[in-house]
Design a protein around this ligand. Structure first.
Ligand SMILES: Cc1cc2nc3c(=O)[nH]c(=O)nc-3n(C[C@H](O)[C@H](O)[C@H](O)COP(=O)(O)O)c2cc1C
Length: 394
């Protein structure tokens, strides 16, 4: 572990991650498609919202806890699924341990580098994220595997439309870290000795396979092999969603909602939760920031479904703003990835402590004793801030 490993904000963790990671790995995390308009708006929109603090009659105790997807969480923050490789050798197991230690839920991507069994062994608050990939039988078999590993809820992510191309250049990620790829990758890796040392300490190199897409005794497919299966699967229909709903007797979240009409259809399809999300700005560039879309969606669905938000959360006050605008909880992506890259499990715990401290400070400053009391009255919302997509009001 590095000396002075503690960091005080997520921005510091990001700078450390950039210093520590090989350039292609860092840029795979940064992502953001095309011009990065959505990626930038996700964080910029939070800065446009003002807080309306009070000065007296404040509460000396605050309750940050919340129940989401049937799980009691110590604060309204969940780990969002990210299919990333080679950030840290302990990968999603380190993230899940940190989440468990801080009393929040882990969500594991089906493109993760660690198996659902390994992650299920360290947390009992586990969601498993699937894309619409493969035949119904294949999907059902993967759900069976997740159920056996102790997964409580399924997150179905449907907003990915295989957009590619970034104005700042996509990273060159090898299919496998064989000798040829290592030779190409070496100039990046040898300038990052701390990152490489974490792997070498464990006698391993990033293997770039996706263990959760295996059924039975097959070998794990490569990241790109699995991507091939996904891209050649016909996109899901609303009937497919209803079918998936029947396959899982616990909560199911639909992630990637941006439109009011889709949010209402998710209610009709029997979903337990939605996440208002644009995939962290990684997919269709020019989709508005998810926080701009939240108020109209939350108002339209009311309490028929749990509403979460992800995209752009970097501070505890961002969590407060999202809750004030109607989210029950938020999910974080890059914030914990920067922490993981900077300092493994301790770095993720550090990020969660930053968010908790910032949220507690906001709830205190806004004069509340519980996160459940946050409302639009706590904010200054600039005229024209919100965006409403989808015309059907229901
Ligand atoms: C590198 C990276 C990989 C991601 N992989 C997945 C994934 O496998 N499945 C998924 O549902 N979302 C994935 N996402 C999206 C996140 O779950 C989340 O929606 C997004 O990161 C939220 O924005 P934020 O990073 O600003 O917090 C990924 C995001 C990033 C940055």
């Amino acid at each position: 572990m590095a000396r002075n490993a503690w960091f005080e904000t997520v921005a510091v963790a990001q700078r450390r991650a950039q210093k520590r990671l090989p350039a292609p790995v860092y840029s795979a995390l940064l992502a953001g498609s095309e011009k990065g308009t959505t990626y930038a708006d996700n964080t910029a929109a939070f800065s446009e919202l003002g807080l309306a603090p009070r000065v007296a009659d404040m509460s000396s105790e605050r309750d940050l806890s919340v129940t989401v997807l049937g799980m009691d969480l110590a604060m309204p923050v969940l780990i969002s699924p990210t299919g990333v490789q080679a950030v840290h050798p302990d990968g999603e197991v380190a993230v899940a341990r940190a989440a468990a230690n801080r009393g929040i839920a882990m969500s594991l991507s089906s493109f993760a580098s660690k198996s659902v069994e390994e992650v299920g062994a360290v947390t009992d608050k586990l969601n498993y994220q699937v894309y619409w990939q493969g035949s119904r039988d294949t999907i059902a078999a993967r759900l069976d595997r997740a159920r056996a590993a102790g997964v409580k809820s399924i997150i179905l992510t449907l907003d990915w439309s295989f957009s590619n191309g970034r104005d700042w250049g996509s990273p060159n990620i090898p299919e496998k870290l064989n000798l040829r790829a290592m030779a190409e990758f070496a100039p990046f890796a040898i300038t990052k000795p701390a990152w490489l040392a974490e792997y070498l300490k464990r006698g391993t190199l990033p293997d770039l396979t996706v263990p959760n897409l295996v059924i039975g005794d097959e070998p794990a497919p490569t990241f790109f092999g699995a991507y091939g299966e996904w891209i050649s699967t016909p996109p899901a229909t609303w009937e497919d969603l209803a079918w998936l709903r029947e396959q899982w007797d616990g909560p199911v979240m639909l992630k990637g909602i941006t439109r009011v009409d889709d949010a209402l259809r998710a209610v009709d399809a029997g979903m337990s939760a939605i996440s208002v999300s644009n995939h962290g700005g990684n997919n269709l560039d020019s989709t508005p920031a998810s926080i701009r879309l939240l108020p109209d969606i939350a108002a339209a669905v009311g309490d028929q479904i749990e509403v979460l938000l992800d995209g752009g959360i970097r501070r505890g006050s961002d969590v407060a703003k999202a809750l004030a605008l109607g989210a029950k909880a938020v999910m974080i992506g890059r914030a914990y990835l920067w922490g993981l890259a900077a300092n493994g499990q301790g770095g993720v715990e550090n990020v969660l402590d930053i968010l908790r401290g910032g949220l507690d400070s906001a709830v205190l400053g806004l004069g509340h004793s519980s996160v459940r009391d946050l409302s639009p009255d706590d904010l200054w919302i600039p005229p024209g801030f919100t965006r409403r997509l989808g015309t059907h009001v229901g």
